[in-house]
Design a protein around this ligand. Sequence first.
Ligand code: ADP
Length: 669
Amino acid sequence: MKNNLLPDLFTLTAIFEGMEDAVLSHDLDYIILNCNTAAEKMFRCPAPVLLGQNILGLIPESVRQEQLAILERVWSGERVNHLYTVRNDKLHVDFPVSLTISPIKNEEGEVIGASHIMRDVTDERDTEEKRGMLAAIVENSDDAIISKTLNGIITTWNGGAEKIFGYQERETIGKHISILIPRDRLSEEDIIIENIRNGNKVDHFQTVRLHKNGSAIDISLTVSPVKDRHGTIIGASKIARDITAAKKAETAIRHQAEKLKILNTIGKAISEKLDTESILQKVTDATTQITGATFGVFFYNTINQDGEAYMLYSLSGAPKEAFENFGMPRNTAVFHHTFSVEGVLRVDDITKDPRYGQNAPYFGMPEGHLPVVSYLAVPVISSSGNVVGGLFFGHPEAGVFLQEHEDIVVSLASQAAVALDNSRLFTEVKELSQKKDEFIALASHELRTPLTSMSGFLQLLERKVIDVNRPFVAKAITQLKKLNALINDLFDISKIQSGKLQFYFEEFDFTGLIKENLEAIREAYTSHEIYFEESGEMILEGDKMRLDQVLTNLVTNAIKYSPESDRIEVSAKRSETEIQVSVKDYGIGINEENISHIFSQFYRAKDVNSSITGLGLGLYITKEIIERHGGRIWVESEARMGSTFFFVLPLKKRNSVNSHLRKKEEERV
Ligand code: ADP
């Protein structure tokens, strides 16, 4: 009966051949007696070659001794199960195997050989190695790597997670992931799980999670689906990177950039502005913004002997009404500090400061005053050392103003002080300049009257005088003419200043005017030859008298500033639209430094010999006249090489004149 249940030889052979594991048997002398197809494949050697060989040939040197010892145990009847060892194939390539060796016994029960069942475990070993490597990476990662089921139950927790979230592994496994999620962000988890269920990864999602101690941590989250071997999504693995430091740095950089921007604009604004009000408002606004104060105020230091109030000047962050109900701050212990030489006062909680609350009538902040706990006050000190005023900042929380805020306000306060000094100087200069203009206007007017009568009397005298005295009278007349010209220049200047220099436009031949003008100059000045290169008639619309004045100025200057030469060249040519005139001399020339200034009023080149007199007005008036005609004037010159003055005038100038007038008008506004 029993035998009937045993498989027959054919069946056994079929099983033997069909096995995926390699099977070899050998006798006590290690000679291979049997092998199956899987063994042929494993050792890359056909059965006829394998059979009759010594099995030790398939065992690498490194493990041979150990194998022989095992076989000794088999000879004593023992079976060795699932031993991990190495074999090498026909090509002497080593590979890992899982080996089971059983003794083969004869009918008497004596061991006559052994059977080896071997499974190539190369793949398993690789997988195992990879797993080990991954586990090491996970464990050693600074990022938190956590896996959880689709229901949010935490299943793994690495060292990084411990460091970032403060929980130990044992405290989290089996708990719900929501222990890490702030209340107001719980819905994020649903969205993440929804994505995971659909097989989607959530990449670098920046959010906030909670530390064990309840503090919020900025993190960047990447969540990927975890699949089982059948590809079914069974959970999620999340990698959380702590980006608190990066976020902090980012915020710090942003704040810094904002600060720089404010500083830059404010620096520019206050150096450009010359009116006190806008300088102080800008400084108050910027410093309030930079310090993060609830409000900022600038008070002028106008306190009198009796300790009367400082003057509120500009305010930022709060409406003026917020201060209107109380009198201005008086010379209290707290305020005195800023306006005296004691300097900056920065206090984390002013209400706890010993100086606070000492003075009547309020003994502290009056009721209804904006709450002030953090307090910063910086004096604004002028270059002469006077405390012009003070910048004050308040905040209802303690410890808001830091050293860096103080430093910035101090630096802006000193810039503001310079700007205020400039503004004061500018106002003074403006007033003085106005006084000067008024004086010139008055003086030139007053001088003209006696001069006109003197001129009349001299002309009468000239006719009546005896021959011997005539040259003296003539000289007096020449000098009087010079004086008259100077006073006329002064008179013109005051008219230009007040915008009252009048023009009478008419059409005339400009070449004709030049000729007449030069003729008159030739008569008066015999020291120089004046050459004129003309190009025929040039009809122009302009103020004849004023253009005559221009020519006189340029040609007499050319004579005056070329004492060692005797040649002046004048030329005039016209194009379709304009006339260009040049006056060239071979005199002292003008160096580069002076060229840009000579058209300004009262400017005279510094290196001009003092014997050449003048007021520095001619070119200023000349330029004004040319520009009022819509033209341009410039000079080309080199020291000691002579100068050439050029001007161009449009033939029809109405439009350009109008635009020039508009420009002047705008400048005045
Ligand atoms: P003034 O001749 O009364 O000083 P201007 O306004 O006519 O005043 O000229 C301004 C300055 O320009 C002069 O002081 C002189 O330094 C310089 N300048 C003018 N014309 C010449 C010239 N032809 N050569 C050299 N310098 C000149």
